[in-house]
Design a protein around this ligand. Structure first.
Ligand SMILES: Cc1ncc(COP(=O)(O)O)c(C=O)c1O
Length: 440
């Protein structure tokens, strides 16, 4: 647990978040329950937006909304100077429905659907990040059919692999994302864009991975990307107006993970900004508009998930399972890539965590685990478990597996709590089910 003003153990030994006692939250809203600390999110957005403004000038932060996407999140971000990136019709629709300004939205995707592109173009979003040759052609065609000239960036693969887990590493040579600088397809892709009258080439984009702990990866990326800006200039005589360096800023999950504070984020961003500035100067390039698009860093540590312990099973000399009322349907990250989390018994948080346990869910899968082999206070049936750092890629990857309900989500701030996402019920579970005539 990485404590802060808005996440701590209170004077009755309970976990408190956003000024709310988690035991009371569980009584009022039930479990499993996602809880989101609003002040933490606005503080993180603040450090990114203000650092870019004061240290670089012409730049912006986009919140990578795939990390946590719902109407309240877009509304919250809309109240800041940050924009958002979206990757699907659903994310775009949710953002617009929440009143998010289209001119602060960017569309991503390695296989954008025609209707997603159409919706983005018709709503005049800020820009589209193109990913491959078919994507370039499709966006150009749809823009032309809509009599629009669309501003675009091209996603590049700079061949840099940041310190991270293999499955969430996106910029090594073997990646489905972007065109490779080293094999020549990236420069060819720029040429394709420049040929299209319905596209305006604005810049280049990359995202080198997730859970990046060391800023050296960004410094190296700045070097490679500005080298490529020079190649674009020499090949086509065109200046790159925008450099988007992606997201990937790490968060604390457990154990030896680096502890990120507001200062750490500021320092990482400063390293990135200084690297861009010095490379630009060295190469006599026009200073590009600079974009970063963090997701996990904005919401990851803002979120906790509350669960109730249903059973405890001790298999002597093998493993002790603490089984909770959630699981891979609200957090599939262990099942996907072996993620680890820290947790505690929220109603006895001041007791020593001296029991080695595995926190398991209620789904019919052996891999339905939230965190394996972690230290916890001795758990018993009815205890409240608080799993930390669950704000990013939990709700957004949740499912109704085993026809479980996706848990509700509450926002907390200054002791107040209210729904961001309402609870599901059995009507929601069967909402789209149809029994065809021929099997009736
Ligand atoms: C293009 C792009 N930008 C930003 C992000 C956000 O990454 P993170 O949540 O690690 O900051 C991702 C994550 O997959 C991404 O693919």
């Amino acid at each position: 647990m990485n404590t802060r003003d808005t996440l701590k153990i209170n004077n009755v030994g309970h976990i408190e978040i956003g000024g709310c006692d988690t035991v009371q939250l569980a009584e009022k809203f039930g479990t499993p329950l996602y809880v989101i600390d609003i002040d933490y999110i606005t503080k993180i957005i603040d450090v990114f937006t203000k650092t870019i403004e004061s240290e670089y000038g012409n730049g912006r932060m986009l919140y990578a909304s795939k990390a946590l996407s719902n109407m309240a999140m877009y509304k919250l971000v809309a109240g800041t100077s940050a924009g958002c990136d979206v990757v699907s019709e659903g994310e775009l629709y949710t953002a617009l429905k929440a009143g998010f300004p289209a001119e602060k939205l960017e569309l991503h995707g390695n296989n954008k659907l025609p209707r997603e592109i159409e919706m983005a173009i018709q709503n005049n979003i800020n820009c589209i990040v193109l990913d491959n040759f078919d994507d370039i052609k499709l966006v150009a065609e749809i823009a032309k059919n809509n009599n629009k000239v669309v501003e675009v960036l091209l996603r590049l693969n700079p061949g840099i692999s940041a310190h991270t887990h293999e499955f969430i590493m996106t910029a090594c040579e073997d990646s489905k994302f972007g065109l490779s600088i080293s094999n020549g397809t990236a420069i060819e892709g720029i040429g394709e864009i420049l040929k299209q009258p319905s596209l305006k080439f604005r810049g280049i984009h990359t995202h080198i991975g997730s859970q990046i702990f060391e800023h050296e990866a960004y410094v190296e990326t700045a070097r490679v990307m500005t080298d490529f800006m020079l190649v674009i200039k020499e090949t086509y005589g065109v200046e790159t107006e925008e450099l988007n360096m992606g997201g990937g800023f790490g968060i604390y999950y457990e154990g030896e993970d680096k502890v990120f504070t507001i200062e750490t984020y500021k320092n990482h961003l400063l390293a990135l900004i200084n690297a861009v500035k010095s490379e630009i100067k060295k190469k006599s390039l026009k200073k590009p508009f600079l974009t970063v698009e963090p997701g996990r860093a904005v919401v990851g540590e803002a979120g906790v998930t509350l669960y109730t312990v249903g059973s405890v099973k001790d298999i002597p000399n093998i493993r002790k399972y603490v089984m909770i009322d959630g699981g891979m349907f609200d957090n599939p990250r262990y099942a996907l890539y072996g993620s680890r989390y820290s947790a505690c018994i929220a109603n006895r948080a001041n007791e020593t965590a001296d029991d080695l346990i595995t926190l398991a869910g209620k789904c019919c899968e052996s891999g339905d685990i939230i965190s394996k082999d972690i230290m916890l206070q001795k758990a018993k049936k009815g205890d409240l478990v608080c799993v930390f750092s669950t704000g990013a890629y939990n709700y957004s990857m949740a499912s109704n597996y085993n026809r479980n309900y996706i848990p509700p989500m509450v926002a907390v701030q200054n002791g107040k709590a209210d729904y961001m996402v309402k609870p599901q019920n059995n009507q929601d579970i069967v909402r789209n089910d149809v029994i065809p005539e021929f099997i009736k």
